[in-house]
Design a protein around this ligand. Structure first.
Ligand code: HEC
Ligand code: HEC
Ligand code: HEC
Length: 464
């Protein structure tokens, strides 16, 4: 035999043995292992925590190879994109995993992007083989069914990351009726000129369509006003998440000097108490009487009525194939393909996590270059509340329900059109360039997210 053919044979032999060893090393955990443990094992073997935690040496990653084999940049970018700890803790405690985390992992596993290829090359047994991939995807689907049962959707859409808006959420009608009055009551402001509805008009999509809102004396705020419609589905309120509940949130504007400007709730209580008829009606529902707690509770009860079911997209998810145009169906597919449905997941298509604005490109630098504006306090996002550097420029993701009505867009209100907002999301959050055609297609889909309020399609009088 010639030397060259011997070499070839030896090479083939090495590759064959390599493949056998690789398969042996990289087998999926046995079915006999409890599902949660299997997943933890797959993630451990996959080295996920090496790049997705601030500190990989945590107790429940017991058999973790802590050696810093991975280049620092990957760890930085990995941890910037995804913190795996809340998910691992939820698994450990048998609790619900955040829907956005589930969606992100599902997408990364489906696309085969994780663990990063260069990592899998060095770490035998880390890559997600077909059996492992199937195991993770089945487990995610089971987890969703258990913790986020999607009873409204047609069977084929039960495992989507987005769920239809329910027709209503539970609320107390008597309290909500008082809340509706208070929501529209300018006596909640120092000079009697501003109510909640001034900035969150019920007939203007729950927003004011201004870059920055105008409070008492014409003062401007520093961030764009999000909509009150479907806010009940957000996991926290405000761009920086500083209010845990709707009632907490409602305590903010009345005392905010540039919004309603009152010195204290006592001032508001005194003013409302002068209105004998109102006070009587209020005390009948809240025997404890007017106070910050009862006023904000009533407003929060009213806000629970501000849900907008039955958008064309919701009807489609429920099984009405005719509800969307062919273009909108294509837009929904693109919305998923380009990762949009990971951060914009759940009932409100967002509102469930804090996300870095500028995940894949520097949004703030570009904004400054275009002389839109330098950095403002509002740009700090979640950092303003935690002081943790990772939280800087991270925002409570906005929901996309009724997004066609809620322009201008982003926390800084700097983007006028839906098309522009979509194209910029692809660039800054997903790291992809969208063609004009795909931008138009996704935007057409987003226009199918306008729901119904009190049985009528939600309108925005500013658009007439
Ligand atoms: C070598 C480091 C490294 C390892 C190991 C790794 N990742 Fe990542 N991961 C990254 C980086 C870097 C990103 C940022 C996006 C990118 O560059 O593709 C990322 C992004 C992600 C995201 C966010 C998705 C997105 O599109 O932004 C998820 C979810 C994720 N990884 C899950 C995993 C899971 C699950 C594993 C284990 C099976 C894993 N990663 C292993 C580095 C890593
Ligand atoms: C002067 C305009 C103005 C007034 C008046 C006002 N808001 Fe807002 N609202 C805003 C702005 C701006 C934000 C965003 C602030 C932030 O995130 O820091 C906001 C945020 C909210 C949010 C959070 C939504 C989300 O997605 O995070 C809710 C809910 C809300 N307002 C309800 C109310 C209620 C209830 C009142 C009356 C008690 C009220 N607002 C009064 C401008 C206003
Ligand atoms: C990594 C998470 C993430 C991904 C992926 C993502 N978004 Fe966003 N989206 C955000 C955040 C955060 C904001 C708020 C940004 C800001 O205010 O500065 C936002 C804002 C938006 C807005 C403006 C909403 C408003 O009311 O201001 C639209 C529209 C939008 N996203 C659409 C999309 C589309 C389409 C895609 C896919 C191409 C996408 N997003 C992908 C996190 C994400």
């Amino acid at each position: 035999m010639k030397t060259s053919s011997k070499t070839i044979l030896v090479a083939i032999g090495i590759v064959a043995i390599g493949a056998i060893v690789y398969r042996a090393v990289n087998t999926a955990p046995p079915e006999s292992m409890p599902a949660d443990e299997r997943i933890v094992k797959i993630f451990e073997d996959g080295g996920c925590a090496e790049c997705h935690t601030a500190d990989p040496a945590l107790p429940f990653f017991s058999n973790w190879p802590i050696a810093r084999k991975v280049i620092t940049e990957d760890i930085l970018n990995g941890y910037k994109a995804f913190d795996i700890i809340p998910m691992m803790e939820a698994i450990k405690n048998g609790e619900a995993i955040n829907e956005v985390d589930l969606a992100k992992v599902e997408k990364a596993v489906m696309d085969g992007t994780m663990p990063l290829a260069k990592y899998a090359v060095i770490h035998w047994g880390s890559s997600l083989t077909r059996p492992k991939t199937d195991m993770v995807l089945a487990w995610i689907s089971d987890h969703r069914a258990k913790f986020y049962p999607n009873t409204l959707a047609a069977a084929e859409f039960a495992n989507e990351t987005i769920r239809p808006v329910p027709d209503s959420v539970e609320y107390d009608p008597a309290k909500a009726a008082l809340g509706e009055l208070l929501y529209h009551d300018t006596r909640l402001s120092a000079d009697g000129t501003v109510s909640c509805a001034t900035c969150h008009g019920i007939n203007t999509g729950g927003v004011d369509n201004l870059k920055y809102s105008e409070g008492i004396g014409g003062q401007l705020g520093g961030v764009n006003a999000p909509t009150v419609f479907n806010a009940v589905f957000n996991f926290v309120q405000f761009w920086d998440g500083r209010a845990a509940t709707l009632a907490d949130q409602a305590a903010g504007p009345p005392l905010n000097p540039v919004e309603m400007g009152c010195a204290s709730f006592d001032e508001i209580v005194a003013r409302l108490a002068e209105d004998k008829a109102f006070a009587k009606a209020f005390n009948a529902v809240y025997p404890e009487g007017l106070s910050q707690a009862t006023i904000t509770d009533a407003i929060a009860q009213y806000e629970r009525t501000l849900v907008t079911p039955n958008s064309p997209f919701d009807r489609y998810l429920k099984g009405d194939k005719e509800a969307l145009t062919a273009e909108q169906v294509k837009g929904f597919e693109l919305f998923k393909e380009y990762n949009c449905a990971t951060c914009h997941a759940g009932v409100n298509m967002g509102g469930l996590s804090y996300e870095l604005m500028g995940q894949r490109a520097d949004y703030f630098k570009d904004r400054e270059l275009q002389e839109r504006s330098g950095l403002t306090d509002g740009d700090n996002g979640r950092w303003a509340q935690t002081g943790i550097e990772r939280d800087r420029f991270r925002f409570r993701t906005p929901g996309l329900r009724n997004v066609a009505l809620t322009y201008p867009y982003y926390h800084d209100g700097s983007v006028e059109t839906l098309e522009e907002a979509v194209g910029m999301m692809a660039k800054y959050q997903v790291g992809k360039e969208l063609s004009d055609e795909n931008i138009a297609t996704i935007s057409a889909f987003l226009r199918a997210l306008t729901g119904e309020y009190k049985g009528e399609t939600l309108v925005n009088d500013n658009m007439k």
